[in-house]
Design a binder for this molecule. Structure first.
Ligand code: GLN
Length: 197
């Protein structure tokens, strides 16, 4: 089987870490900075970083509408942290007029944990992503959480009561940063999703 081609939106944020993980799993990582680079992808990752900056750059690089079109056409997309904000249909605590790519029927609150602590690590309950005896160790950095989920959305993980990972068809998002740990189970899950779509 040929290696899946997975784009990483490379406007700002922790792009390299995702590429490294993808390549360690046998996928082909492709940097995406312009519309033509979306062609022929099997999936796309929206990395963590700063959602307000990434969305402004996406608009400036004429990528916003092509990204929205790719989501509508069913491209598998995984957003981590800022990427979760970018994929959300609705956001709270965004900056004035903050746009998103959208596609995930959720309300995501920006910097939600940040009002309590800036960053932290936690073991998550995530039956679809991790074995019960080997929980997912997750790194949260000024992380958002999911405050409301639409009917088609599956919750993949919670930190305490808070929803921190979701999936809706070919779209998935995590509040945390698996690319900053040695745990590759979230990326494996996304690669399976991309292969099966
Ligand atoms: N707080 C950031 C934002 O609003 C996200 C933080 C992150 O990606 N680590 O975009």
């Amino acid at each position: 089987m040929t290696a899946p081609r997975i784009g990483v939106l490379a406007l700002q944020g922790d792009v390299r870490e995702h590429l490294r993980l993808l390549e360690s799993l046998g996928a082909r990582g492709v940097l995406v900075r312009r519309e033509a680079e979306l062609a022929g992808l099997d999936g796309l990752i929206l990395p963590g970083g700063e959602s307000t900056t990434i969305i402004k750059l996406a608009a400036a690089f004429d990528l916003l509408e092509p990204l929205r079109a790719a989501v509508k056409e069913g491209l598998p997309v995984y957003g981590s942290c800022a990427g979760m904000i970018l994929l959300a249909d609705r956001i709270a605590d965004g900056i004035e007029g903050q746009q998103t790519i959208g596609g995930l029927d959720v309300l995501v609150r920006r910097n939600a944990f940040g009002r309590q602590v800036d960053s932290f690590e936690s073991d998550l309950e995530a039956p679809d992503l991790a074995e019960p005896d080997r929980p997912l160790r997750a790194v949260f950095i000024r992380a958002p959480w999911v405050e409301e989920v639409g009917r088609e959305v599956t919750v993949l993980a919670r930190a305490g009561e808070r929803v921190v990972a979701v999936r809706q068809g070919p779209l998935m998002a995590t509040s945390f940063h698996p690319e900053l740990t040695r745990d590759d189970r979230v990326h494996r899950y996304f690669l399976d999703l991309a292969r099966n779509h």
